[in-house]
Design a protein around this ligand. Structure first.
Ligand code: HEC
Length: 173
């Protein structure tokens, strides 16, 4: 028992540097796109990967497991699943991602700001929280090529599971 635990710890120690190692070429290109600080809508503005970025949107390591085409569709989709519309009692409306909530307050990211603004809103100042009908995911309009999208998916897969196989852009066409 103890032996196998020691073995597991050693395995983890050996496996971690592999994940932290330099990504292969395609994933490295994807990393540059994901963290491209020259763009306001770089993925890291709203997604966290590893310990970097801001967790406004969903964790992408989960969805990286699906087929690349499905990943692309969910990224380019103009229909939202998680985003909400918040209306306050003073009749302000904005799109938001809810980060946490309790009886007294709602912690959210205001998607009408770029970068999205983290706010703690008292629950009694909120009139309604509805499904979002207006906010659209930004890369939809920023025109990434199939090659760039494949690079980004390759990078997320590399971080999520150490996958070094890469993603052939042809599967997105
Ligand atoms: C301005 C913020 C913002 C930026 C920038 C952004 N995203 Fe998102 N992303 C979101 C939000 C919010 C959602 C959840 C939308 C919803 O309600 O379905 C999301 C959802 C997604 C999804 C679907 C996830 C799922 O589990 O359904 C993918 C894939 C994705 N983003 C990829 C990317 C990639 C790749 C980039 C960079 C090229 C990027 N996003 C840039 C905010 C952003």
């Amino acid at each position: 028992m103890i032996r196998s635990m020691v073995f597991a710890v050693v395995l983890t120690l050996v496996a971690l540097p592999v994940l932290a190692a330099d990504p292969p070429a395609q994933a490295a290109r994807g990393k540059a796109i994901f963290f491209d600080a020259s763009k306001k809508t770089q993925c890291a503005t709203c997604h966290q990967l590893g310990k970097e970025g801001t967790p406004v949107g969903p964790d992408l390591t989960q969805i990286a497991r699906v087929a690349p085409k499905a990943f692309e569709i969910s990224m380019l989709s103009t229909r939202t699943v998680y985003a909400k519309e918040v209306e306050t009692k003073v009749k302000q409306k904005f799109a938001a991602m809810i980060a946490a909530e309790n009886d007294k307050e709602v912690t959210l990211y205001n998607l009408n700001e770029l970068p999205p603004e983290k706010m703690v809103v008292p629950r009694d100042s909120i009139y309604a929280i509805r499904d979002n009908g207006t906010w659209k995911h930004p890369p939809e309009s920023t025109g990434y090529t199939k090659e760039q999208i494949a690079d980004v998916i390759a990078f997320i897969r590399f971080v999520a599971s150490g996958d070094t196989k890469g993603v052939d852009p042809a599967v997105l066409k």
